[in-house]
Design a binder for this molecule. Structure first.
Ligand code: PLP
Length: 455
């Protein structure tokens, strides 16, 4: 045991000017608890021959402890994984202009629910609604907290205690515990499964309608692909059938692209305007997937149905806040003005060419003096365009323990998220945001240096 009597007391340490500075910066509570934990560590040190560190050293350790504790747990990282809509990293990064709008609206008071013309109460959905109607051709819209909430709300308001027909191939589970059958039962709707896992025919839906289905629900498979001996009737056919029975066709579109994804060399995704034009009565989708905006659940479609949904008490419980609404409205404006590709990060990333990415990866390699530049693939992620990839160029670093090196990248001051492929650590320039390059390179150099020491 160390000589306990040599360990200075908390009180005597707190009187030192350095301790005063720490108290001013971090507050008395945190400083005290950090100091106590450093002293506790000293008491626990087993070897008696180790000299007790001086007061300065104790305070330096206290400061390190405080700095660690003061780091926010929710903080920015550099996404070098090549997954554009990375669910664990916050899905869609936001456009600068949209963030600016949120800052302006939220720092003070706003017209969130105020009609400047009449000087009276307005609707919070109004701001996104006028843009959504123009962009999608819908009669009406509403916005809630996320798409899971949107679907729960739609079903609760329209099909409670009623039967809803859905294909067995669309009883999906996506990340974060979202399962279509569970959402349906939570809404009080009764699931009427039609077709088989791989094949569903129009007549299957017809049978369900004859059995009293009060709506047809289509759900985008989002994170898997059905291939082989499969079939699904086309959207216009299902819509015509639903309408012949006077029931609504509800389409959980998931990602909700507003523009044609084939522009970026990806498969065609039914866009929101297409889904409506092809007969869906209601389409719901996320704000932070291919739309590239804030977390939100957007419902567009029939004015009559939307009005009914808006009157349901769950709407009040799930409504979007002013931060999300201001970001959403600005993001939608970028589509209307044709500036989405220049300003929305998801589209900036989709639009990067292999030649640009090659230049960037080579510049990284030259800077850090390690690794090789190889061909690879970026993915969309976030339950969008499953199986679709974009050719990219990667900086590949071969190290003895890829997992250890990944951990070292995550420990950098600006944490870097990379991935392992063929036993190499690979970094994809596609998902790095402008302005992050210096931090990425210094973190990478540091990790490479540390790693050599580890070995
Ligand atoms: C992503 C997704 C959801 C859930 O959306 P959130 O905005 O994450 O709540 C629901 N349905 C489908 C088909 C999806 O792809």
């Amino acid at each position: 045991m160390t000589n306990l009597r040599q360990i200075p007391s908390v009180d005597s340490l707190l009187k030192l000017p350095e301790a005063q500075r720490l108290t001013e910066k971090y507050g008395r509570e945190w400083t005290l608890s950090a100091l106590r934990s450093v002293l506790q560590g000293l008491r626990a040190e087993p070897a008696p021959e180790i000299a007790i560190p001086g007061d300065q050293e104790i305070l330096t350790r206290t400061q390190n402890e405080l700095e660690k504790q003061a780091l926010p747990s929710l903080r920015p990282v550099i996404n070098a994984s090549g997954v554009i809509l990375h669910t664990n990293l916050g899905r869609a990064p936001l456009a600068r202009a949209a963030l600016q709008a949120a800052a302006e609206v939220s720092a003070g008071y706003s017209t969130l629910e105020f009609d400047l013309g009449g000087g009276k109460r307005g609707k919070r959905d109004f701001h996104a609604d006028r843009l959504l109607r123009r962009l999608t051709g819908a009669q009406a819209s509403l916005v809630v907290n996320n798409n899971a909430g949107a679907l729960l709300l739609v079903l609760s308001a329209l099909t409670k205690r009623k039967k809803v027909a859905i294909s067995r191939s669309q009883l999906i589970e996506i990340g974060g515990g979202f399962r279509i059958p569970d959402v349906m039962s939570q809404s009080g709707s009764h699931l009427l499964e039609v077709g088989t896992t791989n094949r569903t025919h129009l007549t299957d839906y017809q049978t369900a309608l004859e059995q009293g289905a009060s709506a047809i629900l289509l759900a985008h498979p989002s994170n898997f692909r059905l291939t082989g001996f499969t079939s699904q009737p086309d959207l216009p056919e299902v819509a015509a059938l639903a309408h012949a029975f006077s029931v609504p066709l509800i389409f959980d579109l998931g990602s909700g692209a507003l523009v044609d994804t084939t522009r970026y060399g990806l498969a065609h995704e039914t866009t929101v305007p297409e889904a409506l034009a092809q007969g869906a009565d209601l389409v719901c989708f996320s704000g932070d997937k291919l739309l590239g905006g804030p977390q939100a659940g957007i419902v567009v479609g029939s004015a009559e149905l939307i009005e009914k949904i808006r009157r349901h008490p769950l709407y009040r419980a799930l409504r979007a806040d002013k931060l999300a609404l201001s970001v959403l409205a600005k993001t939608l404006e970028l589509y209307l003005s044709g500036r989405w590709e220049e300003e929305i990060p998801v589209y900036q990333m989709l639009a990067r060419t292999a030649a640009q990415l090659d230049l960037q990866a080579r510049a990284w390699q030259a800077d850090v003096g390690a690794g090789r530049v190889i061909d690879g693939f970026s993915t969309i992620g976030g339950g969008s365009l499953p199986g679709e990839t974009l050719p990219t160029r990667l900086l590949a670093v071969r190290v003895k323990s890829p997992q250890q090196f990944l951990a070292s990248l995550r420990e950098q001051a600006f944490p870097i998220i990379a991935r392992v492929e063929d036993d190499q650590v690979v970094l994809d320039p596609r998902t790095m945001l402008p302005g992050q390059e210096a931090a990425l390179l210094s973190g990478l150099r540091q990790a490479l240096g540390d790693y050599k020491e580890i070995k």
